[in-house]
Design a protein around this ligand. Structure first.
Ligand SMILES: *[C@@H]1O[C@H](CO)[C@@H](O)[C@H](O)[C@H]1NC(C)=O
Ligand SMILES: *[C@@H]1O[C@H](CO)[C@@H](O)[C@H](O)[C@H]1NC(C)=O
Ligand SMILES: *[C@@H]1O[C@H](CO)[C@@H](O)[C@H](O)[C@H]1NC(C)=O
Ligand SMILES: *[C@@H]1O[C@H](CO)[C@@H](O)[C@H](O)[C@H]1NC(C)=O
Ligand SMILES: *[C@@H]1O[C@H](CO)[C@@H](O)[C@H](O)[C@H]1NC(C)=O
Ligand SMILES: *[C@@H]1O[C@H](CO)[C@@H](O)[C@H](O)[C@H]1NC(C)=O
Ligand SMILES: *[C@@H]1O[C@H](CO)[C@@H](O)[C@H](O)[C@H]1NC(C)=O
Ligand SMILES: *[C@@H]1O[C@H](CO)[C@@H](O)[C@H](O)[C@H]1NC(C)=O
Ligand SMILES: *[C@@H]1O[C@H](CO)[C@@H](O)[C@H](O)[C@H]1NC(C)=O
Ligand SMILES: *[C@@H]1O[C@H](CO)[C@@H](O)[C@H](O)[C@H]1NC(C)=O
Ligand SMILES: *[C@@H]1O[C@H](CO)[C@@H](O)[C@H](O)[C@H]1NC(C)=O
Length: 542
């Protein structure tokens, strides 16, 4: 994780270059000056003044005290910086009991802005990294309720649909500017909840549905501690929150959103005394929300990475071909239930030509799922429910969640290597793969494969034998003939294989008969291997 080691150079900590006094609380009588830091009781966290490298601004922040390189975990005045030349700035408790950041001129540039009873409040840094303001016994304000770009164990990213309260992480603008950047991280209050990062208001990454122990859209990842998070949802209260694993004084970790929109999770390795990356998202284009557009699936090992779902075709052919897949795909054949309002029922022809479901295995399930409570709580009940509502275009029955259905659009899906769920996609009866159309396609492909194989063998044989005539003498004249063709071929600098000559020469493969059986027209487009590294399309005449 490159970003981490840069932090060594990114900040100037006022107290690293001076002898500074560490204090354990801030009050109106004992403000925190530039030459002091506030530390937590077990000396795990530290709060103080820092200046980003090359900046003329100064901020109040919290960081791990002894774990270097140092990353700022929280910033008080991210949008209201102090002037770096102001040597008399201080953090104090004001007459109204609020924690205030004062300039040398006594001007307050930042405050906790809560209604406090008296001027007797005290601010302390807890060993979890939480800065709390106490009014005699009660906590009246805490920094954990106002996160910047980082979540620590014990902190919650929270949504409350009843109160409208939303708690997000918001990225820094740049690595040296803590003011709010483009990216936010949150968890949705839908059922089941999903984690998101947003770029402005547009989704940037989606972690998938919560199955009561993990997010099922985070697949195929290598991580040391990926299970170390939790989600709690209380429908009555309207609350949904995400948190990192429970707090410990011996295991240090945090998760943050970078200015470039990467959600990163790191942990401290004590034997190495290093911050190590644990996990990061999005880590490829397939993970980035909506790369492939609607009704299209992403596979990062495939080229191109986006493929229309079976039964769908690119919506904007030219955009699609040029590698802009965001327009997605569109249905080739209308669903039977859309054509025939007596949906689901056998069609007029008398045959049972109802829509059917195509199984897509190991998928990152689409966004905007609709959770269905079933009477028959099983996969069959889920399928029946979906089939009986023409607007239902896909379903998935997930252990530990239940019946998920989709309307309108299939968005942001990916095929995983090892994880993922079965997604059942509704298609028109006439899209069934046992139709003649698809069979023809398969034959075409396999013929091309066979031909390709022959050409390839010929090519390899040619390379191996050329210049070693004595060793390869016993071989048939096939390859000598090819060699001759090559020298007189179109491409002057390279030997070139012509299909016709191979077919002529390889009677024993009986290729003509095979082609005849296929019932194809007289001209075929096939791939020809040309030495040393080119694939060339040529027409084959039979
Ligand atoms: C609080 O305010 C009272 C009255 O203004 C003052 O006498 C007292 O010193 C203040 N206490 C602190 C802790 O600042
Ligand atoms: C710390 O700074 C404050 C304000 O500038 C000053 O009054 C105080 O003497 C300084 N303390 C030390 C130990 O330098
Ligand atoms: C302080 O809070 C009040 C309401 O609680 C709000 O109207 C006001 O804008 C806040 N002031 C600042 C500086 O955030
Ligand atoms: C975020 O959105 C802006 C436009 O609002 C765009 O210019 C930028 O490239 C996006 N960043 C990423 C990482 O997608
Ligand atoms: C699937 O496996 C291939 C080959 O091991 C790898 O390149 C690719 O990144 C994997 N895909 C995902 C989504 O992890
Ligand atoms: C943030 O958004 C602005 C405008 O939308 C864009 O110009 C800028 O490139 C974005 N920054 C990043 C890091 O995506
Ligand atoms: C921590 O570092 C040690 C020493 O390099 C290594 O052996 C160990 O596997 C690391 N632990 C983790 C959890 O990565
Ligand atoms: C990609 O295509 C969409 C329409 O589907 C269009 O709005 C967008 O501007 C295109 N993006 C680029 C980079 O061409
Ligand atoms: C249609 O389906 C029903 C029950 O699903 C079955 O009884 C009937 O034989 C089927 N008819 C045809 C023509 O396949
Ligand atoms: C299909 O489901 C949607 C969403 O639950 C609902 O609004 C609609 O009325 C249903 N249609 C039928 C025909 O049941
Ligand atoms: C992705 O595409 C590759 C290349 O065709 C294929 O081997 C692999 O099975 C696909 N991966 C998934 C998870 O579908």
């Amino acid at each position: 994780m490159v970003a981490i080691h840069y932090f060594i150079f990114l900040f100037f900590f006022f107290c690293r270059s001076l002898v500074c006094l560490a204090v354990s609380s801030i009050s109106s009588l004992e403000p925190l000056f530039l030459n002091q830091t506030l530390i937590s009781s077990s000396q795990i966290f530290e709060l103080g003044f820092f200046t980003p490298y090359g900046s003329s601004n100064r901020y109040v922040g919290i960081w791990y005290k002894n774990l270097t390189p140092t990353r700022i975990l929280w910033v008080a005045n991210r949008a209201q910086p102090l002037d770096n030349n102001d040597q008399l700035a201080r953090l104090t408790v004001g007459d109204d009991g609020n924690l205030r950041l004062l300039e040398g001129t006594q001007n307050s540039i930042w405050s906790t802005n809560v209604s406090a009873g008296s001027n007797r409040s005290i601010a302390m840094l807890i060993d979890t990294g939480n800065l709390v303001l106490k009014d005699s016994e009660n906590i009246i304000w805490e920094s954990f309720h106002f996160p910047t770009d980082t979540i620590l164990p014990g902190m919650k990213i929270e949504m409350n649909v009843n109160t409208g309260e939303k708690r997000y992480l918001t990225s820094w603008k740049t690595d040296t500017d803590p003011s709010p950047g483009n990216f936010t991280v949150g968890v949705t209050s839908e059922i089941p909840p999903q984690p998101f990062t947003w770029n402005g208001s547009a989704p940037h990454w989606r972690g998938g549905q919560w199955d009561k122990s993990k997010f099922i859209g985070i697949g195929d990842v290598e991580s040391t501690y990926l299970s170390g998070y939790n989600v709690q949802q209380d429908i009555q209260q309207g609350t949904t929150y995400f948190s990192l694993l429970t707090y410990s004084t011996t295991f240090f970790t945090y998760m943050f959103i970078s200015p470039e929109g990467s959600l990163k999770w790191v942990f401290w390795n004590e034997s190495d005394r290093k911050w190590l990356p644990n996990w990061e998202a999005p880590w490829n284009l397939c993970e980035t929300y909506g790369t492939c557009g609607p009704f299209s699936v992403c596979n990062s090992s495939f080229s191109p990475i986006c493929q229309c779902l079976d039964g769908f075709t690119p919506k904007l052919e030219d955009e699609w071909k040029s590698g802009n897949w965001t327009g997605g795909c569109t249905r080739k054949k209308e669903l039977e239930c859309q054509r025939d309002p007596n949906s689901g029922a056998p069609s007029r022809s008398g045959a049972n030509q109802t829509d059917y479901f195509l199984k897509l295995s190991q998928m990152k399930l689409p966004d905007t799922a609709n959770y269905v409570t079933l009477i028959d709580e099983n996969a069959w009940g889920c399928q029946t429910w979906c089939l009986n509502n023409c607007s239902c275009i896909a379903y998935s029955y997930v252990e530990d969640i239940g019946c998920l259905t989709w309307f309108n659009e299939i968005m942001d899906i990916q095929s995983f290597n090892t994880t993922g769920k079965d997604l059942f996609l509704r298609l028109a009866y006439s899209e069934r793969s046992d139709n003649t159309g698809s069979r023809t396609k398969i034959i075409t492909v396999s013929l091309a494969t066979i031909l390709g194989g022959i050409i390839l063998s010929a090519a390899i044989y040619y390379i191996t034998c050329r210049g070693r005539v004595s060793k390869c003498e016993s071989a048939s004249t096939v390859f000598q003939q090819i060699g001759k063709e090559g020298n007189s071929g179109v491409s002057s600098e390279l030997p070139f294989f012509k299909f016709k000559s191979i077919l002529d020469a390889t009677n024993n493969f009986d290729i003509r008969n095979k082609l005849g059986q296929g019932g194809f027209g007289p001209v075929y487009k096939v791939m020809i291997f040309s030495l040393p590294h080119r694939w060339i399309w040529k027409y084959l005449f039979v």
